[in-house]
Design a protein around this ligand. Structure first.
Ligand code: 1QQ
Length: 371
């Protein structure tokens, strides 16, 4: 009897190393962690990793931990494609979160879609993202859902005429401009001029001088945070004051705007599905946990990524296996309520509801609700 017990114990001990090497589920992310747009990707990575702390307490698929590998794209399309190839080939990821920019998704999406790896954008807002293919999803609201709300709010502040500016070398910036133009026309705003620039430009004086002469009530800018900051700084130098309302798109939703432009960013307005005081289930706890872990406030990009990581974990769990095709199927069916509010995908893998968009204004480097 005693002997038999020892035999069982020995067998258990021999088997132990196999148990110790618990299986993990490899998930990849492609985000901008360096270069001028790094503020977005750094916030997204922080949001994902905070969610992962919680997810991995229980794990997925009966206790397996998600192992997240985050690759830096530096905002560069080729680097983003290489990152996708590495994640799929080397790390055998079962799903990818990101990339950060629509510009990158239009390059990476066709690659991951072809490899049948579910790919979830958390910040990609251009028109046509999910048209890339059936494995491309996004949780971020497209600009077409947000910009009309922002313009409607501007009109309640007396805006009747608007000048539009956009970066012509970035897919999000161009798409956001198309949306702004269509929404302005639909709302009956008078578009006094349209001017473009390159995302790396630092001199916007020709466009701004022309716009100043036309005295529009508002200037709509569709670009990433660095060029928007540059436009605002130069606009103030050229004498634009409070009489002109500056309106941004999703590129302006980063506190980096205030960090670069300082007081020049004061008064800019931007629509967002999230703000720090949002009272949805879980948001106050998220804000508190984020502050505790990182010693800074979360931004919209961190909040979106936090929910997206949880949505991905649910999809993996519901798939019943670490299998990309099964995860793609279950991802489309996830019903979730997170810090952004209730969430489900449309049949076309976009967010099903655009409820909860608020218009924010920047003051002293912080966003507050525009009353
Ligand atoms: C896009 C965006 C950017 C502002 C994300 C950082 O909305 O590229 O679609």
């Amino acid at each position: 009897m005693k002997r038999r017990h020892l035999g069982l114990l020995a067998a258990a001990l021999i088997a132990a190393p196999a148990f110790a090497q618990a299986q993990t589920v490899p998930v990849g992310a492609i985000e901008i962690l360096s270069g001028p747009a790094a503020a977005y990707g750094i916030a997204i990575k922080a949001g994902m990793e905070l969610a992962l702390d919680e997810i991995n307490q229980k794990g997925v698929l009966g206790g397996q931990k998600i192992a997240l590998t985050v690759e830096d794209s530096a905002g560069n399309k080729d680097q983003a494609i290489n990152a996708a190839r590495k994640l799929i080939g080397r790390d055998k990821v079962v799903a990818i979160i990101g990339p950060t920019l629509s510009n990158e998704m239009f390059a990476v999406g066709p690659v991951t879609n072809e490899r049948k790896i579910p790919t979830l954008g958390t910040s990609t807002t251009a028109t046509g993202i999910t048209d890339i293919g059936p494995y491309i999803f996004r949780t971020s609201l497209p600009e077409s859902d947000v910009i009309p709300v922002t313009l409607a709010k501007a009109m309640t502040r007396g805006v009747k005429t608007i000048a539009l500016m956009y970066a012509n070398d970035d897919a999000f910036s161009k798409s956001g401009f198309d949306v702004m133009k269509a929404a302005a026309e639909k709302a009956g705003l008078n578009i006094v001029t349209i001017d473009s620039f390159g995302s790396k430009d630092t001199d916007f004086s020709a466009q701004l001088t022309k716009i100043k002469g036309l005295k529009p009530d508002a200037v709509g800018i569709s670009a990433l945070v660095e060029p928007v900051s540059g436009v605002l700084l130069q606009a103030r130098q050229l004498g634009f004051g409070k009489e002109t309302l500056f309106i941004g798109g999703n590129g302006s939703n980063s506190p980096k705007l205030g960090a670069i432009a300082g007081a020049a960013a004061d008064g800019l307005i931007v629509g967002s599905p999230w703000f720090i005081g949002k009272t949805t289930d879980g948001n106050p706890a998220f804000v508190e946990a984020f502050r505790a872990k990182y010693k800074v406030d979360p931004d919209q990009f961190a909040a979106q990524a936090y929910d997206a990581m949880k949505i991905m974990a649910i999809a993996i769990d519901k798939a019943g296996a670490a299998d990309p095709e099964k995860i793609a199927t279950s991802l489309g069916k996830v019903q979730f309520s997170g810090v952004m509010g209730p969430f489900a995908f449309t049949d076309h893998r976009d967010p099903a509801t655009a409820a909860g968009v608020v218009v924010l204004t920047m003051q002293d480097g912080k966003f507050t609700i525009l009353q």
